[in-house]
Design a binder for this molecule. Structure first.
Ligand code: AMP
Length: 419
């Protein structure tokens, strides 16, 4: 019979490698949890239209990359390609914006799905940790999120990343720019699909990576020249606050990001050791999204950081995460000692000590191999004779030293030694 493999463009996280992913998720969520962000979890799939309307009908994500399905009941669903639209939908549905003060600050962590051409750093299933601050227009909020992401990456030991920053303007100034850009683009030699994109969302054409397109874009009108005074002042304040926090960034007027909902502040975190898939995270302000999906006006800002690419970036920089051994104490039971040591292991676990025991009726040699493999700092070994004397042998796995400890004391002794 054929064996099964993980679907194309996906991979499994298995120990010990998977521990890196947990550590990265913890490191990214840690600063958020200390900054007033509450945990939110939404379903892995949503109504297709939420993404079509929210992310944008002209984006690659919606036109090419969504996993869509029709249920037996006739509902059109999509596996979520990103988190912002879902989180905002959940906040609106729960009336969080009416419940207390604004902004509503939320963070999330989960799996996302895009039918992309797989390559290193680009998968069809990947994971993100994200944050959204919903319902407030305040440059300090944009700055807060950028600073928290920087703090998260630094706490992991990442250094070679850059922050790219731009403003996309608002509903006053962006349409004026849009028209100027559209008129510039109409004079270029573009393929039919790009011409269509130029009609629906001309800013996204600036994002086109193809050299022949980029060559023609030289001399295109620049958004910065069209920003209204309010957007300019807002952007300057964001820049000043980030600078005051000691966080370095680069102004990048070409940064438009691949989603339609962004307004004003947009930013991306790029790592130079990752090749073509260099964005480890990104985000921005999305003041119009709530109304696009049927809610009230709720100016908001957020980001999503890619866990997979953050792990790749750590590897590219040669950063070794400080991941503690999963087992501190390993029990090796000989003869009839298994039930007693099994009870001891249970007691250790209840006392908060990471403990494990050899299974499968192995002899001393096999069980000691298990103890070594577990990475445990200590082994407790006991046979019938030890138990008759009321002791276990406590073995220091680093020094190899071994000494008897009374059964009644062993939990306390180990707790002290490991503290
Ligand atoms: P985006 O909203 O597309 O900017 O995605 C935010 C972050 O998620 C990116 O900076 C990547 O780190 C990560 N990401 C997006 N798409 C993928 C993918 N196909 N595979 C792995 N990571 C991804």
């Amino acid at each position: 019979m054929a064996t099964f493999q993980a679907p194309k463009g996906t991979y499994d996280l298995i120990p010990p490698y998977s521990a890196k992913y947990l550590a990265v998720r913890d490191a990214i969520s840690g600063p958020l949890r200390l900054s007033g962000y509450g945990y939110v979890e939404t379903p892995g799939f949503e109504d297709v239209d939420l993404f079509a309307r929210g992310v944008g009908e002209s984006t690659d994500i919606v036109t090419k990359e969504m996993y869509t399905l029709t249920t037996k009941g006739g509902a059109n669903l999509a596996l979520r390609p990103e988190g912002t639209a879902s989180v905002l939908r959940a906040a609106l549905e729960a009336n969080l914006h009416k419940a207390g003060g604004l902004p509503v600050k939320l963070w999330y962590s989960g799996s996302y799905y895009r039918y992309e051409r797989p390559q290193k750093g680009r998968y069809r299933h990947f994971s993100q940790v994200g944050a959204e601050a919903i319902g407030a227009e305040d440059p300090a909020l944009d700055a807060e999120l950028i600073i928290l992401a920087d703090q998260a990456y630094r706490s992991l030991g990442l250094r070679n990343f850059r922050i790219l920053l731009n403003s996309l303007g608002d509903k006053e100034c962006r349409p004026v720019y849009r028209e100027a850009l559209q008129s510039f683009l109409s004079g270029l030699d573009l393929d039919a699909e790009t011409v269509r994109r130029a009609e629906i969302n001309p800013l996204r054409v600036l994002d086109d990576k193809r050299a022949d397109v980029q060559k023609q874009l030289v001399g295109a009108p620049v958004l910065r020249d069209y920003l209204c005074d309010a957007c300019k002042a807002y952007h300057e304040e964001v820049r000043a606050l980030i600078t005051a926090a000691g966080v370095a960034f680069e102004d990048d007027e070409k940064l438009v990001r691949g989603l339609d909902y962004y307004t004003r502040t947009t930013f991306e975190f790029v790592h130079d050791g990752l090749g073509s898939q260099s964005a480890v995270g990104g985000g921005g302000r999305y003041d119009g999204l709530s109304e696009m999906i049927g809610g009230p006006a709720l100016p908001s800002v957020g980001w999503a950081l890619g866990v997979d690419r953050t792990v790749l970036a750590l590897e590219a920089e040669g950063v070794e995460l400080d991941i503690p051994a999963s087992t501190s104490v390993f029990a090796v039971a000989l003869g009839e000692a298994k039930p007693v040591l099994f009870g001891l292991v249970t007691e250790l676990r209840r006392a908060g000590v990471a403990a494990d025991i050899s299974y499968g009726g192995k002899g001393l040699k096999g069980a000691m191999k298990d103890a070594n493999r577990s990475g445990a700092r200590f082994a407790i070994v006991a046979g019938d004779r030890d138990l008759a004397e009321g002791v276990v042998q406590l073995k220091d796995m680093e020094s190899g030293e071994q000494s008897p400890v009374a059964l009644t004391d062993v939990v306390e002794v180990l707790r002290t030694k490991l503290a």
